[in-house]
Every structure is written in C-alpha cells, then in structure tokens.
Design a protein around this ligand. Structure first.
Ligand code: PMP
Length: 385
C-alpha cells in the first residue's frame, strides 16, 4: 500500500506526535496545574494582614458611601464652594464656631502648617508620633526631645518652665501614639499657663479616648487642637483632618495653605460621617472592647500590655531578642505590625510593638500566631536554662 520509505516517515511522525502530546498532557496535569494551584492556595493563605498602619477595620457608614458616590459626579469641578458646610459641621461637633475651624488634607497637613509657621524651636515629647520631628527636620527646626516614658511604664509630660520659655512650638499628643497614654488635663493647663509658644495638642485618637481641650481655645489664644477623620471615622484613605483654634490663628494658618487643600470627596465624606455619629459610636465601642480583650490576652501570654486609649495596643516584650523573634515570626505568616525601630515613631527604643486593632477576624489570626510563637519562645527559653 505505502512505499516502504513513506511508511517509516509516517510511523516516525506518529510516534513523535504521540510522545509530545503525552508529555504535554502529563506535565499539564502532574506539574503545571498542581504548581498553579499551590501558588494560588499559598497566596490565599498568605494574604497579608496589616495591623501596622491603623485602618479602622470597619467600612464607612451607608450615608458616607452614598455621599462619596454623589460627590464623585462632580469630580471635574474644582472644590471652590462647600468648605463652609464642612467647617460648620465640624464646629457643631466640636461645640464651637466655624471661624475656629480649618479643615486640612489629613492631620498631617495640620502638622506641616504648624511646624512651617511656628516650629523654629520645638519641644517634642518622646516616644511619640514621628511626623512632628519629620517635618521639623525638613524645615530646619531646632528640636528638644523630652523623654516622657518612665521605667515603671507610665507616660507623662516632662517639660520644664525653661523648656517652655525657650520653645516656639510645644507638642502634646493626647492620647499619645504609640503608648496610648492619656495626658491629664491639668498637665496641659500647666503647659498653657507657663508658655507664650503655640501649644499644639494632637487629638488624632479623640474618638477613642473622649478627652479633649477644645473648650480651652477661648481662654488660650496660643492653643491649637488638631484632629483627623482617619482613626475613629476610618477615612484615612481620603485624607481629612482639621484644626481648632482662636479665629485669628485659624486665619493665619489658612493663609499659608493651598486654596483647594481638601477635595470634594473627602469633604462630602466628612460631613456625612458627622451625620452618622450613631453608626461610628457603635463601631468604636466594639473596637475598644476588642482592644481591651486583646490586652488581657497578651498579659495572659506573659507580654506586658499598656492600657491603651487609642485604636491600637502597645506591647512590651522581655527583650529585643524576644521582640525580634515574634516580629519576624508574625511577618513570615504575613502579619505586619510596627516595632519600636520603625520610622513611624520618634524616640521609641526597646522591645516595643504596636498593633492596630483592625477587625475581629484579623485579630484572631494574629492571636493564634502570637500564642504559638510565644509557646515556642518559652520552650526555647527553657532549653537555654
Ligand atoms: N496624629 C497622630 C498621633 C497620628 O497617629 C496620625 C496618623 N498616624 C496623625 C496625627 C495624622 O493623621 P492623618 O494625616 O491620617 O489625618
């Protein structure tokens, strides 16, 4: 039928096709798919949990979501109108007048303005939030760091009358980030009574702590309180903050800022958030319960937990070596937290860790891993003895 040579070529070609086909089939089923599935499950299991930057762990209220959507329809227009509405709403929330309010592009813009205008000589309590120092350095501020964290784990202001005379800008973070400590009102009053410098009280975590000195702006013209919608209201991604102060101080700060510093969407979200206080109060209350439960859990594992008044927990391990083991162990499981040496904080040295509370699900994954890492740590401690 076939000439002999043709038959050979025909058979060779078929055998080749058979082999290539089956090798491909085999590798597809035995190698490529399992590998892809493995990578897929691995990436699912390793979905990172971010408890470093403190997100709220809950979504915006329905009204906030709707307002964001409708403001987005005017995204093509400069936000020249509408600041007054936001200022009025914030003033109502702070029980003051709108001429005492200035909304900013996040609390960080408020810090930037204060440092740029008044920060020639700054007093910075340590450890604290790093932005005062960070902006200060870029503006060539002279900075005096005053240690406020004591060996007994208490945190209180440590400014002397001489410091207060020297400074042009005095920082107080209340509650303090990262220790979560409350600065008593009498200590803030003592500072205000002993300085002509601008006293900036950072109340970023006000919604968690409930302590405020906003009412003192009438008496003390040098007091500026700053706040943010990033924490209790969970709008960090939109960048909205504000300052509360004497009206002439507000005018001078406003004059130094960009004309359109707060965008339409952030403004609409801020107004809506302040009209959804009931929703946020519930969320904040449950986050505080999670935080308190977590602190008890950490104490039970033999880790010292500070009594935090912010949206985070602050832990102290027995040693830097222990901190590092736990930090790396968590990181290897895709759980990210802050440790003392991170640039988020000024003047924090030692075996400290800050954990944002986030939501119940993320926190329970963290608790499980923390427990197992601490058990391993105890076993290896035992072996060393
Ligand atoms: N102050 C403190 C103490 C903070 O922790 C933060 C945010 N990490 C801010 C101010 C600034 O907040 P934002 O710029 O997100 O409004």
């Amino acid at each position: 039928m076939f000439p002999k040579e043709d038959l050979k070529t025909y058979l060779k070609a078929h055998v080749l096709v058979f082999f290539v086909h089956n090798i491909f089939k085999y590798s597809l089923h035995q190698v490529i798919w399992p590998l892809a599935a493995g990578i897929n499950t691995m990436s699912k299991n390793l979905k990172p949990i971010h408890l470093d930057y403190s997100g709220a762990g809950y979504s915006p209220s329905a009204l906030v979501k709707r307002s964001i959507y409708s403001a987005s329809k005017q995204a093509d227009c400069y936000p020249y109108e509408g600041y007054d509405m936001l200022h009025e709403k914030i003033a109502e929330y702070c029980k003051t007048e709108s001429r005492n309010i200035y909304a900013t592009n996040g609390g960080d813009e408020a810090i930037e303005l204060l440092v740029t205008i008044f920060g020639r000589k700054m007093l910075v309590p340590i450890p604290t939030y790093n932005e005062y120092e960070y902006i200060g350095k870029s503006r060539n501020s002279e900075i005096r760091y005053k240690n406020c964290l004591r060996d007994d784990n208490s945190y209180s202001l440590n400014y002397t009358k001489a410091d207060l005379k020297w400074a042009t800008l005095v920082w107080i973070c209340n509650p303090n980030n990262p220790t979560g400590s409350i600065i008593p009102r009498r200590d803030i009053l003592w500072v205000l009574d002993n300085t002509d410098a601008i006293v900036a009280v950072d109340e970023a975590y006000y919604e968690f702590a409930g302590n405020s000195v906003v009412d003192l702006i009438k008496k003390y013209k040098n007091l500026v309180v700053l706040r943010t919608f990033s924490k209790g209201f969970g709008l960090a991604g939109l960048r909205l903050g504000y300052m509360v102060s004497d009206s002439s101080r507000i005018s001078s700060l406003k004059a130094a800022a960009q004309e359109f510093n707060v965008n339409r969407i952030a403004r609409a979200a801020g107004i809506a958030a302040l009209s959804s206080l009931g929703y946020y109060k519930k969320r904040i209350a449950s986050m505080k319960r999670l935080r308190d439960e977590f602190e008890q859990f950490a104490l039970g594992l033999g880790i010292y937990a500070f009594k935090s008044n912010g949206g985070f927990a602050f832990l102290k391990f027995k040693s830097i070596a222990e901190l590092e083991k736990i930090y790396v162990g968590l990181k290897n499981k895709g759980i990210f937290v802050f440790k003392a040496s991170d640039s988020e904080f000024t003047g924090l040295k030692g075996p400290y860790m800050r954990i944002a509370i986030g939501n119940r699900g993320d926190l329970s994954v963290l608790k499980k891993e923390l427990k197992s890492l601490m058990q391993k740590q105890k076993l290896s401690d035992g072996k060393l003895r």
